[in-house]
Design a protein around this ligand. Structure first.
Ligand code: GTP
Length: 206
């Protein structure tokens, strides 16, 4: 299913529930047009593109979670393929960007939290970290959020990041509004991890 990956050794991946705005964000980053705003689940295959200002490939992985009109087994398959993709390419993935809907994320996470249930997005966050992939939470649709600091602190708590959110800014939390091209915080956080990765590469020689 996921066999279109270019043979490049520096990659950033976008991960997130369906409809959080990954395609919109991809369009901002790459300047290409993608299918956006259609029914959830539009992105089924990873899209690979060059991040124009940097020398790496950026991959938009399919959205996961509930998608109206998409059968359960297909939804499970998508998640399994994402997990396999991350495992297979972990050593080349310099940074994972988990995209959240700033307005809806906390409610969705709380609805799916229970004794036997971990919300998909929280699970992916932990999974990437287990694989040694640094993660940035791109909190999108901030234009719809009124209580910015409170909301971002709640999101931190849900992911086990000690609030206040400000201490994670520029590294793990990036509030953005992809729709209007306001993605500076994400650029900054991703660049932070890329420079870390390059520095680690250099250290290999010493
Ligand atoms: N208000 C607001 N809406 C946004 C923003 N970014 C994306 N959207 C809207 O959110 C909806 C979903 O955006 P997409 O980019 O298609 O989402 P996706 O995550 O690629 O969805 P899938 O294809 O299901 O994976 C569209 O109606 C977008 O216009 C944003 O920053 N603010």
């Amino acid at each position: 299913m996921f066999d279109s990956r270019p043979d490049r050794d520096a990659e950033v991946v976008l991960i997130g529930r369906s409809n959080v705005g990954k395609s919109t964000l991809m369009r901002e980053i790459t300047g290409h047009t993608f299918d956006t705003g259609q029914k959830p689940g539009v992105t089924r295959q990873p899209n690979h593109y060059d991040w124009t200002s940097e020398d790496f490939v950026i991959s938009d992985l399919p959205g996961f979670g509930f998608m109206a009109g998409v059968p359960d087994d297909v939804q499970d398959d998508i998640k399994t393929h994402i997990v396999q993709y991350l495992e297979e390419h972990a050593d080349k993935i310099l940074c994972g960007v988990i995209v959240l809907d700033g307005k809806a994320a906390v409610d969705i996470i709380d609805r799916h939290s229970g004794p036997d249930e971990i919300p998909h997005t929280v699970e992916m966050f932990g999974f990437c970290r287990e694989l040694g992939i640094p993660v940035v939470l791109a909190v999108n649709k901030m234009d719809k959020v009124d209580d910015r600091d409170e909301r971002l602190n709640e999101i931190c708590e849900r992911f086990g990041l000690f609030p206040p959110w400000k201490q994670w800014e520029g590294e793990t939390i990036a509030p953005i509004t992809a729709k209007t091209g306001n993605i500076d915080a994400l650029n900054q956080a991703v660049r932070h991890h890329l420079h870390d990765a390059k520095r680690d590469d250099l250290f290999k020689f010493f």
